[in-house]
Write a protein that binds this ligand. Structure first.
Ligand SMILES: Cc1cc2nc3c(=O)[nH]c(=O)nc-3n(C[C@H](O)[C@H](O)[C@H](O)COP(=O)(O)OP(=O)(O)OC[C@H]3O[C@@H](n4cnc5c(N)ncnc54)[C@H](O)[C@@H]3O)c2cc1C
Length: 411
């Protein structure tokens, strides 16, 4: 039997759950949020859970800032508990390019009303006694940045979506998109449990985004890329009030976690993932991990965070965030397929942007525009002829230079 809905959101990760909630909040009464596995069980729960509000583009900074504000207000708005630590975040520069970036970010953030300022060595070591400033030439701090246990984000947004009337279907893969002959309009989805007709369909399927769209011959140019982190055993003096620290040229982040330190980062030779080769049973937990990569990243920051190269570990984990060729998100309508939208290309920053992105994309879907414009994230900024090898190479480059990418162009 064919079921009908006002909107179908494919994927109950951070992006999909936030979007489903905001579609309902903004007036839709019959939204279906659908996942092939369980809610929030794929890449989202494996994230580090960090925010960084200053970003390269104005729109991204505004979205990241809105997202932090929404996380802080979430429990008041929904009555659903959400735990976070507003410890602030620090960025460290160890070379001239990094110093220029730190200065640019302080200026650009200040212009947008962000509480970002430079921080002296003694203030950092008072806030984070485990951090050293040897070799550090400049730093900023954003005191309002925060971190949280990542699995909460899709869980609490799905709970809020349910409370707002959204139907959540799990264990139900979307197997195809229905399109109107002639116009190409998307009119619904087919699933393992039958078809759902809907005038609005959103592809928020994370590492599977391309596969969902390709069912209808639509190409969304993202490349899933392995990203990993490790968490040390508890060490004396580590507390959740201590800030997140990032080292620009090493592409490494460190934060307190479970009494120890979490370290993650962006390797120079990352592992792109071809989802076409994955079996239908494949889940993100199945990706091969390589703790050697993390130990190597730890050694690149040994002067700032000593002892992490061989510290005993509680856990290491990884997931498949989706990269784009220019390191910007993809969000909005998919041209040539009326009724079809996507929220993808998370560029290893989807968890923390999902609250604001969900609200803005819901506005775009329901009214055609949003209070923070999403135009720079349009999927058609990429040519349909973008060759696959070039796309993978560009995404590898965007990943490998994640913290420093393209600042010269912005200035
Ligand atoms: C180690 C690591 C650290 C990270 N750190 C951070 C961080 O500090 N801050 C930050 O903002 N981001 C971080 N990220 C990135 C963040 O995890 C992602 O941006 C975010 O999880 C992307 O969410 P998503 O909804 O796109 O994907 P997912 O969480 O993977 O959700 C996609 C969902 O779609 C479902 N799906 C797929 N195909 C179908 C189908 N055919 N039918 C139905 N459902 C389907 C899947 O089952 C899945 O549940 C990190 C990632 C990793 C791996």
């Amino acid at each position: 039997m064919v079921r009908t809905a006002e909107a179908v959101v494919v994927g109950a990760g951070s992006f999909g759950s936030s979007l489903a909630y905001h579609l309902a909040r903004q007036g839709l009464r019959d939204v279906v949020l659908i996942d092939r596995f369980e809610v929030g069980a794929q890449t989202s729960p494996r994230a580090a859970g960090l925010t960084q509000q200053i970003r390269r583009e104005r729109e991204t900074t505004l979205l990241a800032k809105l997202s932090v504000e929404k996380l802080i207000r979430f429990t008041e708005e929904t009555d659903i508990p959400l735990e976070f630590h507003q410890s602030g975040s620090v960025k460290m520069a160890r070379d001239a390019a990094g110093v220029a970036q730190v200065e640019w970010e302080i200026r650009a953030g200040g212009e947008l009303g962000l509480d970002i300022r430079s921080i002296a060595a003694d203030e950092l070591t008072a806030r984070a006694p485990w951090a050293r400033t040897d070799g550090v030439l400049a730093m900023w701090i954003t005191p309002s940045d925060l971190f949280l246990e990542p699995r909460q984000v899709p869980q609490v947004y799905t709970a809020a979506a349910r409370a707002a009337g959204v139907t959540v279907l799990t264990g139900t893969p979307v197997t195809g998109l229905e399109r109107e002959r002639g116009s190409g309009r998307v009119t619904g989805v087919t699933t393992s449990q039958g078809a759902i007709s809907a005038p609005i369909v959103v592809d928020a399927a994370g590492a599977w985004t391309r596969q969902v769209a390709e069912e209808a011959g639509i190409r969304i140019p993202v490349v899933p890329m392995r990203h990993q982190l490790m968490i040390t055993e508890p060490m004396p003096g580590i507390r959740n009030e201590q800030p997140i620290c990032r080292v620009i040229d090493a592409n490494v982040y460190v934060r307190p976690c479970w009494g120890g330190l979490m370290l993650g980062g962006y390797e120079a030779n990352p592992l792109p993932f071809e989802m076409r080769d994955a079996s239908p049973e494949f889940q993100i937990a199945d990706i091969p991990l390589d703790v050697g990569v993390l130990r190597g990243l730890a050694s690149a920051v040994r002067d700032q965070f000593p002892g992490l190269e061989d510290a005993p570990l509680q856990q290491y984990r990884g997931g498949l965030p989706t990269m784009t060729a220019d390191g910007k998100y993809i969000a909005g309508a998919v041209p040539g397929a009326e009724g079809f939208f996507t929220a993808t290309g998370c560029v290893v920053g989807g968890l923390s942007i999902a609250p604001g992105m969900g609200e803005m994309l819901a506005q775009v879907i329901l009214t055609g525009s949003s209070s923070i414009p999403l135009d720079i994230f349009a999927v058609d900024r990429f040519s349909p002829d973008f060759a696959e090898e070039e796309l993978v190479a560009a995404c590898v480059g965007a990943y490998a230079h994640h913290y420093a990418e393209d600042y010269a162009a912005v200035r």
